[in-house]
Structure formats: structure tokens, C-alpha cells
Design a protein around this ligand. Structure first.
Ligand code: HEC
Length: 281
């Protein structure tokens, strides 16, 4: 009898708690929907504005949307919202809360995170060297006129919660280094696509990556720019941040062009997105 009473007690707590919880969730979704209607729909539901559609925003993770509202291209459009309201809109659009990182751990390689740099196949925007040839010789790529028609997909790597991939990877030894819009940097095993290491950057990795040494015989570093106008250097061997510095000149500064490394000096082009600010309704 005691057991039944206990079971009933548990059941009644659950049945009491559940509706309250459901109402709370609905309230949040309703608030998010109302904020979206007031502050976003005016552009995002109008094809002529060139803004991503509601469906396309729904493919992004809440963290990505929040980042765009807090420090990215939408910070002017969202300036009337406080932090909590920004989170409510982001969660309403994404249909989930927080960052989607659960997929990373199961995708890690079994064989440890340390990367051996080996032969560098591509090192930056121009692919090989500073002359911007954007050409990989057949002897490096393993591709020729004869076999190019027989390419088959070996593996694919998805970026959950992202609708765009814009950071050109670099390839060295058995590793592909690649950045994501959600602000992650990955070292992937070239043969299987498993993740060797993962670095969570402060902001969306916007530029291609550059792989090189700051001085001869030094550590190999990965350089990139982000949506806040800052550039970073991360150790290629294990994904540890070495430095991050802002080069923003204005509130709307952003780094779009991939930096270039030459003779121990990093050249960082800074761009701007005033065009988005002008679209403040
Ligand atoms: C004045 C029009 C306008 C308003 C208001 C507006 N947006 Fe945008 N939004 C745009 C345009 C245009 C783009 C595409 C910008 C680009 O790609 O350069 C965009 C892009 C975005 C992106 C993707 C950014 C990227 O680089 O991937 C997100 C996320 C976003 N908006 C969310 C929102 C949310 C949430 C709101 C409301 C708080 C909002 N926007 C309000 C016009 C607007």
C-alpha cells in the first residue's frame, strides 16, 4: 500500500509539474514569436529584403542566431532588445535552447588529439604560397585527367545548426583544418573525417584559414579573422589559443578577407557592414 501511495505521489507531482512546465515553455515561445514579429519579420518575411527566410533561420542553432544579434550583422536591428529577449527570439527561431555541441564528442577520433603537421598541401587563401595561384599540382592532389572522372565520396562532415560554410580549409599531412560559422575550429582526420581536436572560438570564424609559422622553426599556427573584427592564432598541433586581437576600427568592422602570412608578418584585411546598419527600419 505504501508503495502505491508513493507511486501516486510521484505520479501526482509529475502531473502537477508537467502542465506548469508546458505553460512556461509555451510562454517563452509566445514571447519569442511576438518579438520576432515586431523586430524581425518586417525584413525576414519579405523576399525583396534579401534577408534569410524564416525557414532558413530555423535551420540555424540558437547560439548562431544569438551571436548575430549580440555581436554580428544583426546587432543594430536587435539593439532595442535586452539579452534575455535576444535569447527568446533565438530560441523561438531555432526551436531549441543553447548550443548544439552534443554531436562533437561522439565524432572525435579514437586515436588521440595531437596532430602531426607533415607535408603542407595548402596553407591559405592562394592555396600554396603567397602568389594566389589557387592551384594544387596533380602530384600533391593525387588527381589527374585520367582519374578525375572517377571521384567517389569517401566521407562527409556536417556542421549541425549551420546553413553556410564559408571558411576555406587548409590541409597538412593527415589533417584538414576547418572553421565554422558557429565559431568552432576543427582538426579533422583526412582519411575518416573524425575530429582530432576542436577549439571553441569567441565568434563566428568568417575567413579562410592560414597555416604557418610566426618565426622559422616555431610552432605551426592557424590564423583566421572573425565577425567581430578580431584575428586569432591557434596552435595547429592541439587547438590551443595563442593570441586573439581586435583590429576593429568601427562598431561595424568585420573580417571577410583571409589574412596572409609573409616573412613572419600577418596581414589582416578589415571590412565593414554599414550596408546592414543602413537597413535599420
Ligand atoms: C531591416 C531588415 C532586417 C531586420 C529588421 C532584421 N534582419 Fe536579420 N537580416 C537582414 C538581412 C538583409 C540579412 C542578410 C545579411 C547578409 O547576408 O549580409 C539578415 C541576416 C540575418 C541572419 C543571418 C546572418 C548571417 O550572417 O548568417 C540572422 C540570424 C538574422 N538576420 C536574424 C535576425 C533577427 C533574429 C532579427 C530580429 C531581432 C532580425 N534579423 C532583424 C535584414 C534584417
Amino acid at each position: 500500500m505504501k508503495k502505491i501511495i508513493k507511486a501516486l505521489a510521484v505520479f501526482s507531482i509529475v502531473s502537477l509539474v508537467n502542465p506548469v512546465f508546458a505553460i512556461e515553455v509555451d510562454q517563452k515561445a509566445l514571447q519569442g514569436a511576438a518579438l520576432y514579429k515586431q523586430y524581425c519579420a518586417g525584413c525576414h518575411e519579405v523576399a525583396a529584403s534579401n534577408a534569410p527566410t524564416r525557414a532558413s533561420l530555423g535551420q540555424m542553432s540558437a547560439t548562431t542566431i544569438l551571436q548575430q544579434l549580440a555581436i554580428g550583422k544583426m546587432k543594430v536591428q536587435a539593439q532595442a532588445l535586452d539579452q534575455e529577449q535576444k535569447a527568446l527570439v533565438a530560441e523561438f527561431l531555432a526551436g531549441e535552447a543553447g548550443d548544439q555541441v552534443d554531436w562533437i564528442t561522439p565524432a572525435m577520433c579514437d586515436s588521440g588529439k595531437e596532430v602531426e603537421i607533415g607535408d603542407i598541401a595548402t596553407s591559405g587563401w592562394g592555396l600554396r604560397g603567397v602568389k594566389n595561384h589557387r592551384f594544387i599540382p596533380g602530384s600533391v592532389a593525387g588527381m589527374s585527367k585520367e582519374n578525375v572522372g572517377k571521384l567517389k565520396l569517401k566521407w562527409a562532415f556536417a556542421y549541425p545548426g549551420q546553413t553556410q560554410v564559408r571558411s576555406q580549409p587548409v590541409v597538412a599531412g593527415d589533417t584538414i583544418f576547418t572553421g565554422s560559422k558557429s565559431g568552432n575550429l576543427f582538426a579533422l582526420d583526412r582519411h575518416s573525417g573524425c575530429i582530432r581536436w576542436h577549439y571553441k572560438a569567441v565568434a563566428s570564424v568568417r575567413t579562410g584559414l592560414v597555416l604557418g609559422q610566426a618565426e622559422e622553426g616555431g610552432e605551426f599556427l592557424l590564423f583566421f579573422g572573425d565577425i567581430t573584427g578580431a584575428a586569432s592564432a591557434v596552435r595547429a598541433r592541439d587547438g590551443v589559443l595563442v593570441w586573439r586581437k581586435s583590429f576593429a576600427l568601427f562598431q561595424t568592422s568585420i573580417i571577410t578577407g583571409t589574412p596572409a602570412l609573409h616573412n613572419g608578418r600577418l596581414y589582416v584585411p578589415v571590412s565593414s557592414y554599414e550596408v546592414m546598419v543602413a537597413a535599420d527600419p
